[in-house]
Each structure stands twice: as C-alpha cells, then as structure tokens.
Design a protein around this ligand. Structure first.
Ligand code: NAD
Length: 737
C-alpha cells in the first residue's frame, strides 16, 4: 500500500521503517489525512505476518510540530456550526473529535507488535504523545532535538494521552511542572525523566531503534502489565499528601486562576492516577472537551497559534511584490537599539553595515554583539564557529558610501527630528534606487519624517522593542505615502529575522505605546486616589499582566514618560495630559531624581543584588492612603484591562490598526496583555461588546471620561457585532484578492 505522507520499508529482520515526510510541508503536522494514514499503517503492519515491529521516524529535519493550524481551525468552526443546529450533539461531536488521537495512539500501544519512535528532531505536542504511546523511544542527541508538550501555552493541554502517560513514567512533580509550563526538554533531560529510553548519536538513531525490537522489546506498555505501580506510589502516599496542596498553591500563584487548561492538567493527573489507564484517558478526553470550549482556549489558540503564524507568514504582505532576499542591511546609529538590531540581523545570516558618527562609536555598537555571542557560546547555545560567522557579518563603519548596495537601511539615531533629517539625506545620497529606508523612531510620526525624504514611497517605520533579541514583535508603520514595495521589503526583513510583524498606520505612539501609556496612566490615577501601590501592582498580576504598571514605568524610564508627556503638551496642547499626572512625574523626576531602574530608584527601590527590588516606601507619603479593605481589587483589575482594551478599540475606530489579529497579537507580544484573553480585542469580543460597553459606562461614572465607550463600540453593541465579525480579517483578504 502507498501513502501520501509516509513511506514504509520493511528490512530483512521484519522491521518496518515508517518515515513521515509530508510532501508539501516543511514540517510534519497532524491533519485528518495523516491520522487516517497512520490508522491504515497500524492495520497494515498488524496484518502483515512478515512485520515483527515498527520504527516510526520523520523524513524532515524536525520530527513534528504537532497539530496543524487548519485542523484546529476546523475543529472550532465545526463546533460553532454544529452548536447552532444542535448544542448537545455539537459537544458530543467535539468529544469524539478530541478522542480521535487519544484512541488512535492507544491502538498503536495495544496493537500487539512493538513500535519504537526514533526522534530525530524537535518533537512537539501530539507527536510527543504519539511517541509516548510507542513501546520504545530513542532520541538523537543533536542539539536541535527538543521534546515538549506545549499545549498549555495556547490555552489547551496535552489531550492525546499526554497527561496519563507522562504521569505514569516520570515523577509527579516533574510531570506537572513540564506540562503546566509547556517547557521544552532536551533529549538528555527527557531520558532523566524516564520519558525516553535511549539517547544516541544522530547517525545511530534508526539502528538503535531497530535494535530495541531485535532485543525483544515487549509490545506492552508498563501500565498494561499486571502489578504496575505509578512512580512514587501514586496519589495515596505521604509524599503525595505533601505534593498536591503545594502544586495547587503554586499553580494559583503562577496563573491567578486565569488559565483553565493548566488547572485541568492537575485534575487529569490527580484523578487519572487513581483509576485504570483507559479510564484515565477518558477523564482526560472529558476535560479536554470542556477546556476547548472555554473562551480562554478559543482566544489563545486564535491569537497565539493561528494569527501569529498567519502574520509571521506575511498575511499583510501586499500581493504581487516579489520577495526580497536581503543581501545587505544598513543600520545607522549604533546605540542601545541599533547595536541590537545589527545583532538580530546578522543572526539571520544577513550582512550588516553598522554606522555611527565615528568608527569608535560604530565599533562600540558591534561590541554588543560580541558580548551576546560570547554569552551564547558560553552557555552552549551557539557554537564557536557560528558565533564567529555571525560577528563576521557585522561591519562597523562611519562611511555612508558602504550603504551603496544595501536593500534596506534601518535608522536608529537620536530621537531628534533634525538629527534624523540629516541622516535621511546622507543615506539617500548613496542608497540605490528602489532600496528602502526604515526608521525605528518610537514617537515621531513617519509621515512627518518622510517629508525629509526624496522618495517617501520607499520610506517606512520599523519599530523594534527592547530588548530587541528577546522581543518577538515588530511594528511596521505606514506613512501617508509609503508604497507597497516598502511594506513588502519591511515584512520580508521582519520575517527573515524571525519576528512577528503588525502593520500599523501612522499615529503618535503607534499601537503598542498608545496602549502601554493608558496602562501606566491608569496607575497614576490610582496612586493619586490613594490606592496602595502594592495593590495596583498585584491587581495587574491577578489580571494576567506580566509586569505591574509601576514596574513597567520604571523599566521604560520615568524621565522618558516625562519627555513624552511634555512633547504631547507642546504638540497637542495642555489638555492632552492630565495635570495630576504631569505633577506626579515632574515631582518624581525633577524633585526626587527617581528616574526608574536606570538610576536605581523609581517607583521601586533597587538594592544591590541578590536582594530584590521593592516598592519605594516614600510613595505612601505622596497621597493620603485609602484603607486596603475599601479598595476593590476586582475593580482595579477591570480598570487596568479595560483602559488598554478601549485604546485598542480606538485604534481600530481611527483606522490605525485595521486587522483585529494585529491588535490582539501586538498586545500580547508587545506588552504581555493578559494572554488568556487572546489579546485586547478578543478580551472585548470574549465578554461581548454589549457587556464591555456596560463595564466602560460603569467605570466612566466613577473614574473619569476616559472610560466612556466610543461611538464605534456603542454602534457595535447596538448591532450585536464583534470585532472579528465587523473587521473580519479573512473577509478582508478575500476582498483584496
Ligand atoms: P541611543 O542614544 O542609545 O543611540 C543613538 C545612536 O545614534 C548613538 O550611538 C549616536 O552616536 C548615534 N547617532 C547620533 N547621531 C548620529 C548621526 N548623525 N549619524 C550616525 N549616528 C548617529 O538611542 P536609542 O535608545 O538606541 O534610540 C535610537 C532610536 O530608537 C530612537 O529613535 C528611539 O526613539 C528609538 N527606539 C528606542 C527604544 C528604546 O527602548 N530605547 C525602543 C524603540 C525605538
């Protein structure tokens, strides 16, 4: 029998080597077709008397990335369609769909012939669960091999036997830790956790896997043997009596109860370990069916899995512009940002010229890359040769002539219109016709800067976030005259450096900073009302924000806030900044010299390490303090999330952001907006625009007009619309096509 996605070669020893190699994909993923074929392979190999056992491997560099985007999307649309017709039937269908993989993997496990997974590369999610259902697992020791059950990161959990098998192989604490964080394991760590049997050299992988079968590997899982005992003795032991209360408390601390999937993992393991294996699988299947229906799962899968991939693959790239292979990128300004932009560009294998006012400054910029490379090599994350190759790609220079063959120049000089004007002119004097100029400005509108350009159609904003090496998001900003070619090149560049782009129309603060400043401003309001600072910071964390607003302001720098506020007043008038906010920040900066982390004092104190930062006690003296028991933490949480979401809605209304996927993904990657919501607009859609409008009105009555719902929101509430319905990103693509 032949298969589309698999080949089978049976050797003289009767071992069938099943190689998974999807013809039209760079990575193997599970589709309905792949599962159907695996089922046929199980039937075929069981029926074939010549086959003694099966080695299952991948023909790609990686083993598999897990489930396919289209399959997940299909599951949600099936649920929606069926629910409209028959709500109970829809859930039953979902239950069956959720169990498809579970019971297919179980079929492998109980087929009567030994199966060995030969894991040659990254093995994620359902693929790792498939391996766990094999009787033997051999992994290559190549650095690229990572094993993980990362489902929790997108709001679901390992629902194809993962919670049951991992908890029956590894000790419970490790099992819970791995699954509730979704963290990756190296092959060696997986072996230490008892999740793989052998770790071998890459070229020994298949022979070692075959050898396991030749050595008489039993086609029976440990839990199907009589007398099987869970590692550590199961739930009813003194050790478990210690572990479980702590596990629940840690989960609560880490997730604030915002992630139903993480809690479901604990439940699956706790309940599953007390019953026979098949019953455990059924428990898992039930919780999975329940979790998939939560708005958290829906929002997270949509934004963090589907939309992120779509944006990364160029969902907003203009059609009909040929892809640009970047041969050379110029970075002008080798300071804090420019130095790191040069690093990420070289890390993508693109030659970079790093220019500053003199060669010393340019070389100092390159030394940042030298430090980053030394760190990565020291930690074993990069080989010495790769590090040398990367550094060789960065040429420091003070001579603009070296930009004469660059496809793209990214400008990251001082935030000063005159300095930028001079640089634009100097670069354009040498830059080839058709090459693109991108500014990394964070506050100056692109349309205004482009007035200094002789070719505004080739002028664009590419806004990075700090630290550039770590932040996944890049805002691409369109000036009024920016053309398609500039957008296409900018997106090709962002894709090459493996960041996720959002495309934003020109406005003060673009998208991310507009939202971030709302968050910080709300904290200023709260401080002025006398809300204890610690309650503000904790409420933010309970709401799911990774960093409290005061802590974030310290990171950004309090004096930068002051600069931005003053610039707003200068450009837009007094009314653009609340006097109470200006007063607070002027006092912090001018009077108290509390500029943030950078000078060791801001809203927090920063004692010498290893001591941890703590809130500055002097904050209490700035405003008369409210009694904590009179402050509603829930209201603080609502205020912090609503003020950001409202700003996101305003950007849609103004046409600054045009695609809800970008507002959502941008908010999570840009400033960690409560990921369980799926992002700013999914937060609104998730509770319903009508409910959101009511919440805004309630907050406006007590906390100010900035909470008033906008005309668009009122209209959407009246019509019963959602952001994803009204601004349907797929409808837009169809319309454009
Ligand atoms: P920086 O002061 O650290 O670096 C600016 C660099 O530009 C300096 O090395 C300076 O010598 C160089 N420079 C100045 N004039 C020059 C000229 N005429 N020719 C060549 N080089 C020149 O500043 P930064 O924080 O890296 O910010 C740079 C840009 O990036 C600004 O537009 C800023 O708004 C933007 N930005 C900053 C951040 C951030 O977190 N710092 C984030 C996003 C964007």
């Amino acid at each position: 029998m032949t298969y589309k996605n698999f080949t089978i070669e049976t050797d003289a020893d009767g071992i069938a080597l099943v190689t998974w190699d999807m013809p039209d994909k760079s990575m193997n993923v599970f589709t309905v077709e792949v599962m159907d074929e695996i089922e046929k392979i199980v039937d075929q190999t069981v029926a074939d008397a010549n086959v003694k056992g099966v080695v299952f491997t991948s023909g790609k560099k990686t083993f598999s990335g897990g489930a396919d985007l289209t399959m997940i999307k299909g599951m949600f649309s099936m649920l929606e369609e069926e629910k409209a017709k028959d709500p109970d039937g829809a859930v039953r269908k979902l239950f069956d769909a959720a169990g498809r993989m579970t019971w297919l993997w179980r079929k492998i496990e109980t087929c009567g012939k030994p199966w060995v997974a030969a894991i040659n590369g990254t093995c994620m999610g359902g693929a790792f669960e498939l391996s766990l259902a094999c009787h033997g697992r051999v992994a290559s020791n190549a650095k690229s091999v990572k094993l993980a059950l990362p489902e929790v990161k997108v709001g679901i959990f390992p629902g194809a036997g993962g919670t049951q098998r991992v908890a029956r192989l590894a000790n419970t604490q490790d099992a819970l830790q791995m699954m509730t964080t979704g963290s990756s394991l190296t092959a060696a760590r997986a072996k230490a956790m008892n999740l793989v049997h052998q770790v071998v050299e890459p070229d020994q992988l298949i022979s070692a896997a075959k050898q396991m079968i030749k050595d008489g590997l039993k086609p029976v899982a440990p839990w199907d043997e009589k007398g099987f005992k869970v590692p550590g003795g199961g739930i009813w032991t003194p050790a478990s009596a210690q572990l479980w209360p702590a596990a629940s408390a840690i989960l609560r601390r880490e997730t604030a109860g915002n992630y139903p999937a993480a809690l479901a993992i604990l439940k699956c393991v706790y309940e599953g370990l007390q019953v026979p294996f098949d019953t455990g699988l059924r428990i898992e299947q039930r919780y999975f069916t329940q979790v998939v229906q939560t708005k958290e799962a829906f929002g997270m899968i949509r934004s963090l899995f589907v939309s992120m991939q779509e944006l990364g693959k160029g969902a907003r790239r203009p059609a009909g512009v040929e892809k640009t292979e970047l041969k050379k990128v110029g970075v002008v300004g080798a300071g804090f940002m420019g130095a790191s932009i040069a690093y990420v560009t070289a890390a993508a294998g693109i030659p970079v010229v790093l220019i500053d006012r003199d060669i010393e400054a340019a070389s100092k910029g390159k030394s940042v890359s030298e430090g980053l490379v030394a760190g990565a090599v020291g930690k074993g994350r990069m080989s010495k040769e790769d590090g040398e190759k990367l550094l060789a790609l960065i040429t420091p220079s003070a001579d603009y002539a070296s930009l004469s063959d660059a496809n793209l120049v990214v400008e990251a000089v001082f935030e000063d219109r005159e300095v930028k004007k001079a640089v634009i002119e100097a670069v354009e004097a040498v830059l080839p016709e058709g090459s693109i100029f991108a500014s990394n400005t964070s506050t100056l509108p692109i349309t205004g800067l482009a007035k200094n350009s002789k070719r505004p159609a080739q002028f664009i904003g590419v806004h990075f976030f700090s630290p550039v090496e770590k932040m996944m998001l890049t805002e691409v900003i369109l000036g009024k005259e920016t053309g398609d070619k500039a957008l296409a090149v900018a997106l090709d560049y962002v894709a090459a450096i493996k960041k996720t782009p959002i495309v934003v129309n020109d406005t003060r603060g673009f998208y991310v900073n507009r939202c971030v400043f709302r968050y910080i401003n709300e904290a200023y309001d709260m401080l002025a009302e006398g809300v204890p600072a610690v309650m503000i910071e904790n409420a933010a964390k309970f709401a799911g924000m990774p960093v409290g607003p005061l802590s974030l302001n310290d990171e950004v720098a309090v004096d930068l806030s002051q600069k931005i506020m003053r610039a707003s007043i200068a450009d837009l008038g007094e009314a653009s900044v609340k006097p109470e906010h200006m007063k607070l920040i002027d006092k912090m900066v001018d009077e108290l010299d509390r500029r943030g982390r950078k000078n060791g004092k801001g809203f927090y104190e920063y004692p010498a390490k290893p001591a941890k930062k703590f809130l500055w006690p002097g904050l209490k003296a700035l405003y008369p303090q409210q009694k904590p028991e009179n402050v509603s933490v829930k209201t603080l949480q609502d205020r912090l999330l609503v003020t950001i979401a409202l700003e996101a809605a305003r950007t849609m209304e103004e046409g600054i952001v045009t695609d809800p996927r970008e507002a959502d993904v941008g908010s999570i990657l840009g400033f960690g907006f409560a990921p369980y919501t799926g992002g700013t607009l999914s937060y609104i859609d998730g509770m319903g625009v009508k409910t959101f409008v009511k919440l805004c009105e309630k907050l406006a009555a007590s906390y100010g007009d900035h909470f008033k719902p906008t005309p668009l929101l009122l209209e959407m509430a009246a019509k019963g619309e959602t952001f994803y319905g009204r601004f349907d990103p797929y409808g837009q693509v169809e319309k454009a096509a």
